[in-house]
Design a protein around this ligand. Sequence first.
Ligand SMILES: [Zn+2]
Length: 308
Amino acid sequence: MQHPVVPCRSCSAARRLVPALAGAALAVANASAQEVPADFSAHEVPSGVHPRYVVDPARPTWPGAVVNYFYNPSRQPAGLSVATVLQALVNAARKWEDVCNVRFQYRGTSTAEPALDTVFSTVDRVNVVGWRLLSGNQSGYAGYVAWWWQGAGMVDADMVLNTAYGAQLSRNPRELEALATHEMGHMLAIEHSDKQQSVMFANPYNNFAFQTTLRGDDAAACASLYGSAPHAPANRIFNWAEQTFTQFVGPAGQSSQNLDGYHYRYYPGTASYLAEKDGMLLYLPADGPLIPLGGVQDTLPAASAAGF
Ligand SMILES: [Zn+2]
C-alpha cells in the first residue's frame, strides 16, 4: 500500500544557555515568593496534577529504534577538535541508550547542513549535527533541534550548535556533552518535560552540571517510546549514585559498559567502579576489595524516589 508523501508537522524545540546562578536564583524564589527574578517565572502545579515528561503527541519513533546521524564540522569553534565533539555526542547518546531501547549510530562526517527550516521541501532525511550562528529568536539558545515525522515514523532530526557559545563550550567540553544530552532527547521526539527534575525541563533550563545525568522522568519519556533498556534499573541507580554519593563515584556523567557479565561504569575521578551482575549491585573502590551493595530491585525504589 502506498502512502502519499505529505508535509509533516515541523516541531522544533530548543534550549537556552543558563548561567550557573539560575539554580541559586530558583532557590531564592522558592524562599520568598515576592522575589521572583526576571529571567523565569515560577508556578505551583495545581494539586492533583502530576508533572511529567512530554513527548511529541504523534509519538513517532525511529525505524528499527536506530537514530543514524552525521557530524558536519563546518564552522566548528577553533577551541574544539572533531574528536572532542564526537566524543561528547557519543557520550550523550550512551546516556539515552543506558535507559531505553534506542541506539544512536554515528555515520561519519558530512557536508550536509543541519536544517531548522519549517518547510518540508528542504528536509533531506539525513540527520546532521552542525554549527551555525543562531539568529533572531533562536539567538539565545546554545543548541536547537528540528525534527520531522511522517505517520508513525521519524524521518529527519537536525541539531544546530550555536557558534555564539563556542568559546564557552570549548573551555569545557563536558558542557557540550550536557547540551547534547538535552538536544538528543529532542532528536528522540521528546519535548520539554513539565517536571523540573529532568534533563528535558526548560522552564527554566537546568544548568549543565544537572544535565550531565538523565533523571527518571527522562528515562520514562524515552522508555514510553522505545521500551526500557535491559539494564535500565541498574543505570538509573548508577545515575542516582553519581549525583548523590560524589565522594565515592565521580565525576558524574559516565556511561555504562559490558564485560564478562558485568554491566558497569568506571569513574575516573575516584578511580572506582559501580557494577551490576546477575541483578546484584557491586562497588569497587580504588583500593578494593569488591563491596556488595544489594539487589537492583531492592535499591531501585530509593533511586526512583530521589528522582532518578
Ligand atoms: Zn529543549
